[in-house]
Ligand binder design. Structure first.
Ligand SMILES: Cc1cc2nc3c(=O)[nH]c(=O)nc-3n(C[C@H](O)[C@H](O)[C@H](O)COP(=O)(O)O)c2cc1C
Length: 381
């Protein structure tokens, strides 16, 4: 199961876990995989607090940090503006009818109002917010890996990460993006099939993975999108992946800090309960289908705005549905980001037992394949 990429990053097994939860990062890395903390919703102060905790609890193991620098977003060219000035400018671009529709959906589903006045924080998806977070991650010796979502990171970010001695990679959902990542000098790519949770493309994993592996070889490719057990992992490794990059798998882990009502939604979901929609951020992302996604996807309602403007529309819903997860019919308007694989996750397990289960299933699958060979060609166990 060991791959060269494992040696480079210091994993015992080629399992990478994207998560927003620091406990999951630590538990996965300690069990032999690598936990990668999603910093996309954090400002630099929150990230510092999370990384202090991880550094204090992870022992000698390594971890990664994932940031979101979209290649295209409204405001990308406004380099001269401060974070606050850019926020002001973006808020002014959000039409009142979008905010009114969001408020009505929340009220209609009995979600209590936010107790304080003032606007919710913008997601950390502008260069102004990400750069201080990146610097915070790079001053941590145990942080070995930086990953970017939503495009090729700018050249100065790539150079900065590489000159700090870390590896840098990025997600992609089609061959063209993978080639662009390689040509920009990234150390690896994460090929995410449409099944995956969060922002995702249109091509399914079984077609995407070999396409990208062939396109960028010998660059290591981590396979993502729809991996929840060892058989799915075996399929990815058989196609030449250097490891698997998973997200949905950890949402219901014992260590994950999601609200119980949200975990319930995930545990009860079937494979066909997700939808790829612009209703969360303005770019297509996979989430659990509910009244929120259906309302924004209807033809008689306003279209979602481009990123990051729609994120401003959903920001209040995100904080309220997290804080009041079990009130009223909150789960009907919550952004429950997950992939199709959520339908095969029905139990709460610890991160360590998830990793052990994956390895056992992988080895069982390998043995079953071995038995398909004529006896004279089988490998002895
Ligand atoms: C709750 C959630 C949030 C996500 N947010 C991000 C993100 O901020 N940055 C990122 O690179 N990927 C993000 N992703 C995608 C994951 O990194 C990963 O590629 C994906 O979950 C793999 O597909 P799977 O869900 O089928 O395992 C997210 C996934 C989930 C489930």
């Amino acid at each position: 199961m060991h791959t060269e990429f494992c040696d480079e990053v210091g994993n015992e097994v080629p399992i990478f876990a994207f998560t927003h939860c620091r406990d999951v990062v630590v538990a996965v890395s300690k069990a032999g995989g690598m936990g990668v903390l999603g910093a996309g919703f954090m400002d630099v102060n929150q990230l510092r607090e999370e990384l202090d905790w991880i550094d204090a609890h992870i022992g000698d193991y390594a971890y990664g940090v994932d940031v979101v620098i979209p290649q295209n977003y409204v405001g990308r060219d406004e380099d001269e503006l401060t974070e606050l000035e850019l926020e002001e400018k973006l808020w002014a671009m959000v039409p009142g009818e979008h905010l009114a529709m969001a408020q009505k959906l929340l009220d209609d589903h009995g979600v209590p109002p936010w107790p304080e006045t003032g606007r919710p924080k913008i997601f950390g998806w502008t260069l102004q917010t990400v750069m201080p977070c990146l610097e915070e991650a790079l001053c941590r010796p145990k942080c070995r890996l930086i990953v970017n979502a939503l495009g090729t990171p700018p050249a100065d970010v790539i150079n900065r990460v590489k000159s700090s001695g870390r590896l840098i990679g990025a997600l992609c959902g089609k061959r063209k993006q993978a080639v662009q990542h390689r040509d920009a000098g990234l150390d690896f790519v994460v090929a995410q099939g449409t099944e995956g949770g969060g922002h995702t493309g249109e091509i399914g994993s079984v077609v995407l993975w070999p396409d990208i592996i062939d396109a960028v070889s010998p660059l290591p490719v981590l396979a993502a999108g729809g991996i929840g057990n060892g058989r799915q992992m075996l399929a990815a490794m058989a196609m030449g992946a250097a490891g698997v990059w998973t997200g949905s798998l950890w949402l219901t882990a014992e260590e994950a800090d999601a609200q119980p009502a949200q975990k319930e939604s995930f545990l009860n979901a079937a494979v066909d309960d997700t939808v790829r929609t612009k209703a969360w951020t303005g770019k297509p992302a996979r989430v659990l289908r509910n009244a929120w996604t259906e309302a924004w996807d209807r033809s008689d309602t306003p279209d979602p705005l481009p990123m990051p403007l729609h994120g401003l529309v959903t920001a209040d819903a995100m904080r309220r549905s997290e804080a009041y997860a079990s009130s009223g019919r909150t789960q009907q308007v919550a952004m429950n980001i997950c992939g199709q694989v959520i339908g095969q996750i029905n139990d709460i397990e610890s991160c360590r037992s998830i990793i052990y289960r994956m390895i056992t299933e992988y080895l069982d699958g390998l043995e079953a394949l071995n038995h398909l060979m004529p006896p004279e060609l089988r490998e002895d166990p």
